[in-house]
Write a protein that binds this ligand. Structure first.
Ligand SMILES: [Zn+2]
Ligand SMILES: [Zn+2]
Length: 241
């Protein structure tokens, strides 16, 4: 049975629509037996999101809290279809794990062709590591050229458990994306997108779907401690000891 050993997408009260602190998140992760957690706060354009200052002061975030290694990341808002995101690149470069996502409060959906172009532009940004919850049907895209770009640009595709419940119509798209990742050999991460500590690691619905399709375990980066640590060493450029 596949399990995850770390959650690669979690939020805290630094955003006003999340409910737990980093201390609560790490304490719960420790209880689950996770040695790593990725702090991936919303960036400033999200209504109620933190200011840019939070990210420029990110070294103030201890590396270990409650015995869990905290990875200093962000979930960037994609703000146009030309590769634009809402933190300056000099800050993004310093982050260790960067997700980019389309969110409706930050960018209006247009059409398949435009969303396709938008993802390809995001794929071309070397400082963005993870493609966030791309199964959202509001931002439908042409899978062929986009997945090819993700593969060529070394992106990691997130399969987001919250999409299965909170973004109607996402499940089928997510499953299709996962099948295509398996075919193309694109690595994925399975994340909760927790907005409360009790959701951390709660990705069972995704893991069941992956098991049903016989998704190759070796492509799930956060299903193995050493595999995920090596991934984070690459994305962060840090030793992470
Ligand atoms: Zn998101
Ligand atoms: Zn999120």
């Amino acid at each position: 049975m596949i399990t995850i050993i770390a959650d690669g997408h979690t939020h805290t009260v630094a955003t006003d629509h999340a409910f737990s602190t980093i201390s609560e998140n790490t304490a719960y992760a420790a209880q689950l037996g996770h040695k790593i957690i990725c702090w991936t706060e919303h960036s400033p354009r999200m209504p109620g999101g933190p200011s840019q200052l939070l990210f420029s002061e990110i070294v103030a975030l201890p590396r270990y809290i409650n015995g869990v290694m905290v990875i200093r990341g962000a979930e960037l808002n994609i703000i146009d279809y030309e590769g634009g995101v809402d933190l300056p690149m000099e800050l993004v470069k310093k982050l260790e794990w960067v997700i980019a996502s389309y969110h409706r409060p930050c960018i209006d959906p247009v059409d398949v062709k435009t969303h396709t172009k938008g993802w390809i532009k995001i794929a071309e940004n070397p400082y963005i590591h993870v493609i966030g919850h791309c199964g959202d049907p509001h931002y439908a895209f042409e899978h062929g050229p986009v997945l090819k770009a993700f593969k060529e640009c070394g992106k990691i595709v997130e399969i987001n458990a919250r999409s299965f419940s909170a973004r109607p119509g996402s499940r089928e798209n997510c499953i299709k994306v996962a099948e295509e990742c398996a075919e193309l050999g694109i690595p994925i991460v399975v994340n909760s997108d927790a907005h409360h500590y009790l959701s951390i690691g709660d990705v069972g619905t995704v893991l069941t779907a992956l098991e049903e399709m016989k998704f190759p375990e070796e492509l799930i980066l956060n299903a193995d401690y050493n595999r995920f640590l090596e991934t984070l060493r690459r994305t962060s450029g840090q030793e992470l000891n």
